[in-house]
Design a protein around this ligand. Sequence first.
Ligand SMILES: [Zn+2]
Length: 307
Amino acid sequence: MEARKLQAVFGLQPLFWSRFARNIGILPVRPADMLSANLLSGVQLRRAHRLEVYVPAPKAEKNRWRAFAFALRVPMPRFLSVLSMAAGAVFLTSCGTGPSLNVRDTTRTFTTVVVDAGHGGKDNGAFRRFGGAEKNATLDVATRLAAKLRESQFHVVMTRSNDVFIPLDERAAISNRQRNAIFVSVHFNDSGRRGIRGFETYYHSPVARTLAYRIQQHIMTLPGAVNRGVKTANFRVLRKATYPAVLVECGFLSNRKEGAAARSASRRDDLADKIAEAIVDERYGKGTYRAPASTSDAAATSSEHGQ
Ligand SMILES: [Zn+2]
């Protein structure tokens, strides 16, 4: 349980261990937004008997094709692994909270929603045959989400409303400048394994926990939804937020079915609708959301994403 939690903190992908040296591995790191930023150095404890130490490749931040980290695996006797697990937890706590940002719990009072469309400009995010560039899908869902939230009388600030590059710190800063806000980041997922699919929602501060669960719960009502769960993560946009902040992964572009769904306007509208509903529920209580009339014809494309 503890080890799984630590793994979630770093959002690690499966390691490729060398056949020749079983204690040296390579870890693929996703570009730009997430893992590379958190992998400046990392430790992971697996199955309580190994300590894994990660060192990023020099270009891990800049070039997505060279985005990987090296890992060393150190087998340990049980008593040492327990000791280092404690040490690792302390290490993660200290680097996880950074310069002790105070996160205000505004989940019952917020009037502003900061909607963050992941990636943009030179940063495509994930780019897959089935789903196109992640930055376009995130912008479309985010734009729809913003419109729906405005109809529900929220003040909405988008970190970007067109195809521009906005650094992660700036995204957090935009949110932190607001008076009484929450922060919702929209992403699509990517995996080297095409079979992997599903929705996941991330949070960092415990004050964002219920919001994260609520969003996950609502998007899981969409047809064909696969639940990958609510997870904690040390993503920069979440870590630097002074308001409750969540990041929603709206499916895998690398999966044929979810990639195709991500290209469908009606599916994007449905995703935005479910996220909006969760946000309104979080603020005003269950059942208060009134869905705005959808502009797209849901029936026309529903066969695209099954059920
Ligand atoms: Zn992304």
